[in-house]
Design a protein around this ligand. Sequence first.
Ligand code: PA5
Length: 452
Amino acid sequence: MKTITMDLTNALAEAVGANGIDAGELATTLANISDYYARLLAKPFAFMTLPETKFQFDEMWTLADKAAAMDIKNLVILGIGGSSLGTQTIFEALLHPLHNMEERFRNGKPRYFILDNIDPHKMAAIVETIIPDIDRTFLVVISKSGETPETISQFMLFNELMRRSPGYQQRIVLITDREKGLLNRIAEKEGYPTLNLPDGVGGRFSVLTPVGLFPSALMGLDIKRLSAGAAGMAAHTVRYDGEENMAFVLAAILYLMDRAGKKIHVVMPYCERLGGFADWFRQLEAESLGKKGLGPTPTKSMGVTDQHSQLQLYVEGPKDKCVILFYSATQEVPIPASFDYLEDVQYLANKDMKSLFHAEFQGTRLSLTEAQTPNISLILDEVSDYNLGALFYLFEMVTAIMGHLLSVNAFDQPGVEQGKIYTKAMMGKKGLEKEKEHTEALLLRRAKTIVF
Ligand code: PA5
């Protein structure tokens, strides 16, 4: 069965000269990973065991079945970073692109609102949209720590809104750490049901836990297939046959690219449904590997749109990038013959958008390669729940392996934590008086400004 094909030809020196990876170097790096991987299999990271353990699947189905009987109109999801990007990715990939716009595309499922920002303008607009149907609104609050100010402040707002309607306790679910954090205390006091993250799984590695799977179950998506895709990829990456192992090879190439000064990883899907996936990976790679002055800079481009925005830079700009392309297109949209008086457009007549899309993808690969910009392509036979689960697992493995190669801890995020502390201090949290003084002193420093 062929579901995802990775083509690394254009990342190798044979295709892109000195900007590519030398085959010998790749083989050496792969051999080094093999030792590490043997250790990892003996003592796997918690995220690696998820496809097997199917953590809290029964609890998720029970709660999702109850919700399905409730005639819900709005699903509101509060969470940020690793607590929201997985759900966003799954919804963008697997729901109808115009899901929220038209009822006929929703198959009886609710509209969804993922509030991963507290921008007051957008918050106000969403609240305004939801209030008329607050009694048909289902709220999922996701925070592993249970302490993130963005999510907690949103929850304070929505908690008060929800309380205006009868039976609201049945329409709120909290997803958080098994024991720690304020959400557990709130759940206990208010009687809200909870789901959890398994021990040892951090936010950005949590998409295949209730964090990504419960909202998906509420939308009627097949979480078993998502998990089966991850299990399939786990089985693929478990056998070490060096150059045939997608996770090892991709991690080794991206690491060698980084070391050779190609420190910008451009993730460029030719498939709008994978736009969310690019955002998800951008966070996974940046927050996991950006440490100790190291770490590649991931960035997102959308094919074909960004051919007319970024491609010039990738082709003729500095050779500091490695482009990771994704491609998937199944739908056919015929281009009818039209404007028969214009010879110049007839090459498009009676063709299909799908073949044009494919030609654009190939055209980009060729022009990058000719300009000696290294590029890798992952081609999906379809954007399915199974393939998406496999991609999640693949890129989590790649990130963990790259962490090892770069000698950084891929599973912490001290830089993010510091920002959280400053925010809480500035907002007057008890116990952070010293930090508050420190931030005030910093903010009082003479600023150099220009006013228009
Ligand atoms: O990946 C991570 O650990 C972070 O991006 C977190 O998910 C994010 O900071 C939100 O944290 P929490 O889930 O504790 O609210």
